[in-house]
Design a protein around this ligand. Structure first.
Ligand SMILES: Cc1cc2nc3c(=O)[nH]c(=O)nc-3n(C[C@H](O)[C@H](O)[C@H](O)COP(=O)(O)O)c2cc1C
Length: 200
């Protein structure tokens, strides 16, 4: 497993899939990767709806970890708002169509968007996990524009060929894909890779 000394930023927006954000932060901290978290107001709403707990509860738990830092989404003075603050990159997970559109058009009127925009301008790894279905042409054009700028677009699409038995199996797969995209993991775990047994 590569050593990641610089912090990874995790942006959480108001798309469905709060569990993906929770597990991404959990897994980064389990690997002792310095992790900086910023959650939009929409992200907090969806968190409550989907996980049945307030985002602040999770925040309080993560704050116990020495490798964890968080900033309010309104805090445009936070270090991650500046390109001079070095990071290993950022994942926006899940990524709403609203935040996707802002990023595709250089709009950064909150800390989450600004931190992602910094990754774009500094050419650092940026992974977006867009969650919407179906998608219309503007969504697709926004994804294409960002992909052309080097962004990894990683929709949470299940690997059915791995025959996931539970939501937890799928979440683990997506989170590992995110960690590989950020070079936190070298590769997927053996059981998450396609092999002859997957075809049984
Ligand atoms: C329960 C719930 C689920 C939502 N799911 C999605 C979704 O999957 N994708 C999406 O783009 N927006 C979704 N939204 C709408 C966004 O939260 C909304 O557009 C919000 O303005 C996004 O703001 P943000 O990008 O600052 O987080 C959802 C809203 C709620 C309340």
């Amino acid at each position: 497993m590569p050593t990641v000394d610089k912090p990874v930023v995790v942006g959480i927006t108001g798309a469905s899939g709060a569990v993906l954000a929770r597990r991404t932060v959990d897994e980064l901290l389990r690997r002792e990767v310095p992790t900086i978290c910023v959650c939009s107001n929409g992200g907090k709403l969806v968190w409550q709806d989907e996980l049945g707990e307030s985002f602040n509860t999770a925040l309080a738990e993560w704050m116990e970890h020495p490798f964890f830092t968080s900033y309010p989404v309104s805090d445009l003075r936070a270090p991650i708002a500046s390109g001079t603050f070095s990071t290993a990159g950022m994942a926006v997970v899940p990524c709403s169509m609203n935040s996707l559109a802002s990023l595709a058009h250089g709009i950064s009127n909150n800390l989450l968007l600004r931190a992602a925009d910094v990754c774009l301008k500094e050419k650092r790894p940026l992974v977006l996990v867009p969650r919407e279905t179906p998608v219309h042409s503007i969504h697709l054009e926004n994804m294409l524009a960002l992909s052309r700028m080097g962004v990894t677009i990683l929709p949470p699409a299940p690997a059915f060929y791995l025959q996931p038995a539970s939501v937890d199996d799928m979440v683990r797969y997506f989170v590992e894909k995110i960690l590989v995209s950020l070079s936190v993991n070298d590769e997927l775990s053996d059981d998450l890779r396609y092999n002859e047994r997957s075809q049984d």
